[in-house]
Ligand binder design. Structure first.
Ligand code: PLP
Length: 400
């Protein structure tokens, strides 16, 4: 490690809460699908700030929108009508069947909004004391206390209990378990159509349609967490579109403002009746600066059909990765995912492969130490996908 890196690392250990274990890298600059570290070394980014940089680092059009808005108005609070927020709402709502938008600052906050609206809708509109949220094992919905309870991973609870009541999990794919879990206290089912943090696990369309039918039959709400799998990443604007389901609400964040903190909930007009002025809010939500940037992101995604691009490039990349699986059946267990949200699971752990990739100049994520999680910018060039594939081939071929 260089002196420059060691200095940054030492200082960070001194100054920042130890809430994360970090990669051995100090990144100082980004452009498109490229990142540079403190020593000037170049990397190809297959992580995108964990599925955030959908349109590439420092996208010139997004930078221009940021600069323009930054000289006009940053923030006045949600006590005022603001055009950038309306512009974003119009654009976002044009992508789905929902009728109302709520803006916040992160994925966890977007899920909190969905959970709170579901509970309030049940109580105020349906006049039922239904509050329970059923989510799925291996899901991830955030780290606020409420979304941690929805996430249901004991390993993340350590030292944080008690968590809020009214959350339970069932195994994904098990419809009977879900049927048995639904009671007159159930307000909603919350799920990710493609589970991201658990290592890229797409839920089968048949299962999702059956869950939706069950929600309709039992008159409870269906909420899709699109924080990671949404915004074109899977090859459709929203991941729920692959199965044809129509969730009552969706949450989003990550690539919504291409790196500026921004989250949102879209809800049907019917479900949105659960909120009234004063029900729920956040100071920064829908601020002019973040909204103008997010509106530009959505505009570009629609104009350039980034979803179709992600589908095409994703199919191309997945086929290459599947060829590697066919070549190394004793090492690679599975290649899964859709669009540019792909996972490569290894039979004997993937940490060493991940480290070698980093040494070779490729940044990606490692889930549960066995799966390489690949989430490149949706604008990545096919040559960069080829470079990754060639490097992975060499590294896996040389591995024990
Ligand atoms: N939901 C999903 C599916 C996520 O992947 C994440 C973060 O990884 C979250 C929610 C939480 O988002 P945030 O970290 O912005 O609160």
């Amino acid at each position: 490690m260089s002196d420059a890196f060691e200095k940054i690392k030492r200082e960070e250990e001194e100054l920042l809460c130890r809430s994360y274990s970090r990669y051995p890298l100090a990144i100082v600059r980004g452009e498109g699908s490229r990142l540079w570290d403190v020593d000037g070394r170049e990397y190809i980014d297959f992580l995108s700030g964990i599925a955030v940089i959908g349109l590439g680092h420092c996208n010139p059009e997004v930078c221009a929108a940021l600069e323009k808005q930054s000289r006009k108005l940053w923030h006045v609070s949600n006590l005022f009508y603001q055009e950038p927020q309306l512009d974003l709402a119009r654009k976002l709502l044009s992508t789905s069947h929902h009728g109302k938008a709520f803006f916040c600052n992160s994925g966890a906050e977007a899920n909190e909004a969905c959970i709170k609206l579901a509970r309030r809708y049940m109580r105020k509109v349906k006049k039922r004391d239904a509050y329970e949220i059923i989510s799925l094992d291996d899901c991830f919905h955030g780290r606020t206390l409420g979304t941690l309870a929805a996430t249901g991973r004991e390993s993340l609870y350590d030292g944080f209990t008690p968590l809020p009541e009214g959350f339970r999990q069932v195994p994904p794919g098990d419809l009977d378990a879900l049927k048995n879990a639904i009671s007159d206290k159930t307000a909603a089912v919350l799920l990710e159509c493609v589970q991201g943090e658990s290592g890229i696990v797409p839920l089968p369309g048949e299962y999702l349609r059956a869950v939706e039918a069950l929600c309709r039959e039992r008159d409870i709400l269906l909420i899709c967490d699109e924080v990671q799998c949404g915004m074109c990443r899977t090859g459709k604007f929203w991941a729920f579109e692959h199965s044809g389901i129509k969730p009552d609400a969706i949450s989003m964040a990550k690539s919504l403002a291409n790196g500026l903190p921004m989250g949102a909930m879209l809800a049907t007009d019917e479900m949105a009746r659960g909120f009234e002025a004063g029900s729920h809010a956040t100071t920064f939500g829908g601020g002019a600066l973040a909204s103008a940037v997010a509106a530009k992101v959505v505009e570009i995604m629609l104009r350039d059909d980034i979803a179709r691009r992600a589908a095409e490039y994703g199919t191309y990349f997945k086929e290459k990765l599947q060829c590697l699986q066919a070549r190394y059946p004793d090492k690679i267990r599975e290649v899964r995912g859709v669009g540019l949200m792909l996972g490569v699971e290894f039979k004997n752990g993937a940490r060493e492969i991940w480290e070698k990739l980093l040494e070779a100049g490729f940044i990606c994520n490692l889930s549960h130490n066995v799966t390489l999680r690949l989430l490149p910018p949706l604008t990545i060039a096919s040559e960069d996908l080829d470079k990754f594939h060639i490097a992975l081939d060499e590294i896996v071929g040389a591995s024990a």
